[in-house]
Design a protein around this ligand. Structure first.
Ligand SMILES: [Zn+2]
Length: 295
């Protein structure tokens, strides 16, 4: 029995990302297209999202151009792919404070947000460093931190200092300090409501960019290759390996149950529909009785 439908919604795309950013040590091994996407989880009682993308204005647009990102679509158009509107969203889990994940909170007026406390604290710290030390602030839009502060003041931002079980029924949040970002958050959906779950999914944020990062798409602890951590990271590769192991353990080492939103292959591994460049829906699973949004 599946309680939630799960869709990955692509909202923009970057045609050429250096393999060195995707896989640690792979600099000079070519480029790959990288979709930008967020995740919708819909049950009978909730519409939740993992990340909200960015808004293509102001510094968000500047950063997007820096990363060669194109074909941006706003959340009203994107959420319509699964029959929803931004106002329907009641809960949002922000995996980390990079602009393409945290950059459009104001488009979701009825949502309550979750983010790691240390992620936002260290992001402010990173921005305070001198120009020559700005690498840790790459991908951070100061405007997003200001909007986050306003949400906190309005009682709509919950800042986590540890893991949180059953934040919504069947959904656990886990923190991964000093990995891709200062304190990334990953989401474990137990879609049968059980613990341990035999129908689990992990929304990995940028802890995983591509399946190479977690040893491919095979099943079983010994089936895959060694983990090769993401290249673009603020913390350590050791911590990324440990986070990969923690995520895979949750899904009994069935690697396709780890969902990396930037993985270009995702839309060929699951049923999907591409409307135009930068606008696609991938249907990871359907709740019992829910209507497919593909085809
Ligand atoms: Zn990121």
């Amino acid at each position: 029995m599946a309680e939630y439908s799960l869709w990955v919604l692509e909202y923009a795309t970057s045609p050429r990302v250096d393999m060195g950013d995707i896989v640690y040590g792979a600099r000079g091994q070519g480029t790959r297209p990288m979709p930008y996407a967020y995740v919708v989880l819909q049950s009978r009682d909730h519409v939740a999202m993992v990340d909200v993308g960015y808004n293509h204005v102001d510094f968000g647009a500047t950063l997007a151009e820096l990363y060669d990102t194109a074909h941006w679509h706003g959340p009203r158009e994107v959420l319509a792919l699964c029959g929803l509107a931004p106002e329907d969203v009641d809960t949002v889990f922000i995996t980390h404070a990079h602009f393409d994940h945290f950059g459009n909170v104001d488009a979701f007026p009825n949502a309550r947000f979750y983010l790691a406390a240390r992620e936002i604290e260290r992001s402010v710290w990173a921005l305070s460093l001198p120009e020559r030390m700005q690498y840790p602030a790459a991908s951070i839009d100061p405007g997003d931190l200001i909007k986050g502060t306003a949400l906190a003041r309005a009682g709509r931002l919950k800042l986590l200092t540890g893991d949180k079980e059953d934040v919504l029924p069947g959904i656990d949040l886990h923190l991964a300090p000093d990995t891709h970002s200062f304190e990334s958050l990953w989401v474990h959906l137990r879609n049968d409501g059980r613990r341990p779950s035999s129908d689990g999914w992990v929304l990995a944020g940028d802890l995983v960019y591509a399946y190479e990062n977690i040893g491919g798409t095979g099943k079983g602890a010994e089936a895959g290759q060694a983990y090769r951590p993401v290249g673009f990271a603020m913390g350590s590769q050791v911590n990324l390996v440990l986070a990969s192991e923690a995520m895979l353990k949750c899904v009994d080492y069935e690697r396709r149950r780890i969902i990396p939103v930037h993985e270009d292959k995702l839309k060929t591994m699951f049923p999907s529909r591409q409307r135009e460049e930068g606008l696609a829906i991938t249907e990871i699973c359907l709740a019992d009785g829910a209507v497919s949004r593909i085809g």
